[in-house]
Design a protein around this ligand. Sequence first.
Ligand SMILES: C[S@@+](CC[C@H](N)C(=O)[O-])C[C@H]1O[C@@H](n2cnc3c(N)ncnc32)[C@H](O)[C@@H]1O
Length: 257
Amino acid sequence: MSDEHELPEHAARNREHWDEMAAGYVSAGERQWGATEASWGIWNIPESELHLLDGVEGLDAIELGCGTAYVSAWLARRGARPVGIDNSPNQLDTARRLQHAHGLEFPLLLGNAEHVPYPDASFDFAISEYGACLWADPYVWVAEAARLLRPGGRLVFLTNGYLLMLCAPDDEDEPATDRLLRSSFGMHRFEWPDDPSVEFHLAHGDWVRVLRANGFEVEDLIELQAPGDATSNAMFVSPQWAQRWPSEEVWIARKRG
Ligand SMILES: C[S@@+](CC[C@H](N)C(=O)[O-])C[C@H]1O[C@@H](n2cnc3c(N)ncnc32)[C@H](O)[C@@H]1O
């Protein structure tokens, strides 16, 4: 349990949001926990193409915003020692149920990934798939990830593509257009009409600067392309859009030694 920090306004709102959303994420969690191969993001791009988990055997790992914790399960099966932290009690209830169902135990903490109750340099690997990297303030969680990682440690996060956030209509049920609908300069905190949650998205230059300012070197930025036969339940982007432009991006950074 790590909940002793008073939650900032965005994290309190996001906790309420995710507690409400959790029931809708159970079946995806069950599918991903049971999957024979890890796959990433809304287009389920196989790990054999992305290699985000290469070399994790024997590493101390933390998943920042683990949700139902299937990424942590994949880490554990590859011989890492994962810890999952998530801000939603209801999401963690699902994660715990799936741990028992699959006979795979690892620590799960309730809390804000901007303040993790572990000492400095506790981990070799930190990962977030649409977790803290989307719902926490990058100027806070990136510094916290840097504190948690040992020198040489790797940070991997997957989030919405920068261009997608510029082309997404205010109505979240409308798919992305081929027009730039908002400014790139000043991107940071996003609030959508009729949605109480708070998201964070940065332009690429700002990601590079916040990572470097916190002692990371950027090793890669992988812009994900939807496969030709892609289908998705996501309302906010069509496969056709995501075959032309990157709807998702993966950042890979290493903490300087
Ligand atoms: C979309 S889920 C990500 C988990 C999983 N990879 C997935 O795609 O379903 C987003 C998760 O981020 C968590 N989250 C949001 N803000 C957070 C924060 N500040 N600290 C930790 N977790 C947070 C939410 O509670 C939610 O479970």
